[in-house]
Design a protein around this ligand. Structure first.
Ligand SMILES: [Zn+2]
Length: 285
């Protein structure tokens, strides 16, 4: 326990460097052998028409929503004290490309110890299942928040076996563990409540690194204008409140954030700008 605490205290996000990159995989190295790899499932865009102003008071001109915003589907590997954590898994449909991309960083599926899901949408769960509906990761424990599981369980119970969450549930049955917000997975690594996009959506925090899942879908729009909710946000009022509160705290604490839909490699800082916020992509040293 003391070792973990000491490790966490010494991790310094500001010292991250890129190394050993390929077009869809980017490595960030921190002090004390803590590593994060950003893995891109695919580059994508988000149509402006997907977004609506929850507050109905936005200063944004409606014409701004006629464009498409750059986006991505990313997942992340965190390597910490010889353990391997996969944070979300992308869509990765049925081509096995997550396994191929993990191989480029010498991670074999059997060696993934923990899978941490920010929520249970298909673009975060799809990469966990192969074309035969089997678990890609034979040994990993899968963590999801209690609130998220409570929301999806009755839906899963009604799904046909070929539907994605039913496949996920069958493939990982007995290895899915629910988690309370703030409960440590290992020392200093825990889920942070960030509900609204889904009822149990969370961030994962380790030291001064945060994996922020679907806090934003179009970073170029929603950091400056957090009042804009994506149509995918389950509870728009809550999603808006969470986005504003999270941007405020992220801008204060200076954590390095990794987002599932921030253009690859999905990393950067939230900064205060005037009365609002801006996103500063991580550029390395
Ligand atoms: Zn998503």
């Amino acid at each position: 326990m003391k070792f973990w605490t000491a490790m966490a205290a010494l991790v310094c996000a500001g010292s991250a460097v890129f190394a050993a990159d390929s077009p869809d995989v980017k490595k960030f190295t921190f002090q004390n052998d803590v590593e994060v790899y950003a893995i891109r499932d695919k580059a994508t865009t988000m149509k402006g028409s997907l977004f609506s102003d929850y507050t109905k008071t936005s200063s944004l001109k409606k014409d701004a929503l006629k464009k498409e915003y750059p986006s991505s589907v990313n997942c992340f590997v965190l390597r910490l004290n010889f353990k391997t954590f996969l944070i979300d898994a992308g869509n990765f449909d049925e081509k096995g490309s997550l396994v191929t991309k993990l191989a480029t960083i010498n991670v074999r599926p059997k060696n993934v110890d923990y899978i941490l899901l920010t929520h249970l949408h298909p673009d975060h769960v799809g990469g966990l299942i192969d074309k035969d509906g089997k678990a890609v990761f034979p040994n990993a424990k899968v963590y999801v928040t209690f609130e998220e599981w409570k929301h999806w369980s009755p839906i899963i119970a009604k799904q046909k076996p070929e539907e994605i969450l039913a496949k996920f549930h069958n493939a990982y049955n007995g290895r899915i563990q629910t988690l309370s917000f703030g409960e440590p997975i290992v020392s200093n690594l825990y889920a942070v409540k960030a509900v609204g996009h889904t009822p149990g959506h969370c961030f994962y925090r380790y030291s001064n690194i945060r994996f922020i899942g679907d806090l934003v879908h179009a970073v170029d729009l929603q950091v400056e204008h957090p009042e804009y909710c994506a149509s995918f946000d389950n509870d728009k009022k809550q999603a808006y409140q969470t986005r504003v509160a999270s941007l405020e705290s992220l801008s204060k604490d200076g954590n390095l954030v990794f987002g599932a839909h921030i253009p690859f490699p999905g990393a950067g800082y939230i900064m205060k700008e005037g009365s609002g916020f801006k996103f500063d992509p991580y550029k390395g040293k």
